[in-house]
Design a protein. Structure first.
Length: 330
């Protein structure tokens, strides 16, 4: 795989489920710093066709294949170092939720479960969505072939969109509070009180979202926390400037009134928070992971596939989990 082929696959992956022609591919390649004529694009597409990475649809264009998506995922890992922190910054900037009208785009995690497991998964998630360990009780659930933002739900799957914790970064940014994401981790909670992080992965230099790693590693105990008041949840550690301390606390209270939770703790200036040191003139902030409901589903033995920070979505189009639950478990 060379850079040109990788860039073409990236364009096709962005339009997964659509047939894209060589003219459009040529136009979109420019954002990856690749300038090719339509004719040259067609030449490279024939190579990708022969390798089974793309599928031709006559003169209409191409679609990426499963093999192409796998190759894209595995190629140039070094290029993706720092991908997570870069995506956090990009999506934070694009978040435009208006806190007065509660309309605008927020960031969603998108998870997939098999159709046959939907009702069982919803029952597992129900107590999590009623707890303080979620960003919001609002979700979107789509069937195969339908879209959640710009994500197409695969065949035989149900897609579940949950509000991502990076939405907080976007909201803080719009309110003039710069926030830095430092670590994603597994947080131990006892009697509703966060005690310490038992596992951490730095966002800086990571090519994978840390919370996805912890779910796959089955390192959480969300269900145990809700049943026994002791367990482990997904959470992240962030920092804000000392001068924003008061404003951040006020904004946190206002967000809860508006149905956006997730901020578990805001520390004191220049003081470690949950044993985590902070930088000079900084304040620590602990935020719950938006994938905690899906972590509980994995704990129950129901397979899931989750992708953090998947897409932007209109907040007003999300529905309360309780409403969706009653509708789908009749």
């Amino acid at each position: 795989m060379n850079r040109t082929h990788l860039s073409i696959l990236k364009v096709l992956k962005e339009h997964e489920g659509e047939i894209i022609g060589s003219r459009e591919i040529s136009r979109q390649l420019k954002k990856y710093g690749v300038n090719l004529s339509e004719r040259t694009v067609r030449y490279h597409l024939r190579i990708l066709d022969e390798r089974g990475l793309t599928k031709p649809f006559g003169k209409e264009g191409r679609m990426i294949t499963d093999k192409g998506k796998e190759e894209l995922s595995n190629s140039f890992v070094s290029e993706r170092v720092g991908f997570v922190i870069s995506r956090i910054d990009t999506l934070s900037y694009l978040t435009n939720l208006n806190l007065n009208t509660m309309k605008g785009k927020v960031i969603l995690n998108v998870s997939y479960i098999e159709k046959k497991n939907l009702k069982d998964a919803l029952r597992v998630m129900r107590p999590v969505f009623s707890s303080e360990y979620v960003m919001s009780d609002r979700v979107v659930i789509m069937d195969e072939g339908q879209r959640i933002g710009d994500i197409v739900v695969p065949q035989s799957m149900i897609g579940i969109g949950t509000v991502c914790s990076v939405t907080i970064n976007g909201i803080f940014l719009k309110e003039g509070i710069p926030i830095v994401s430092r670590f994603g981790g597994v947080l131990e909670v006892v009697d509703k009180a966060p005690t310490r992080f038992v596992a951490l992965i730095s966002y800086e230099g990571s090519s994978l979202d840390p919370l996805e790693v912890f779910i796959r590693g089955k390192m959480t105990d969300v269900r145990g926390l809700l049943k026994k008041k002791r367990g482990k949840i997904l959470a992240s550690f962030r920092e804000i400037p000392v001068v924003c301390h008061k404003s951040a606390k006020e904004l946190s209270r206002y967000l809860k009134q508006k149905g956006i939770g997730g901020i578990l703790s805001i520390g004191e200036p220049n003081t470690p928070l949950l044993e985590m040191p902070v930088g000079m003139d900084r304040v620590g902030v602990v935020i719950v992971g938006g994938l905690n409901p899906l972590a509980a589903v994995e704990e129950a033995g129901i397979p899931t596939m989750s992708k953090a920070m998947s897409t932007l979505y209109e907040f007003s189009e999300l529905r309360p989990f309780k409403e969706v639950y009653n509708e789908l478990t009749k």
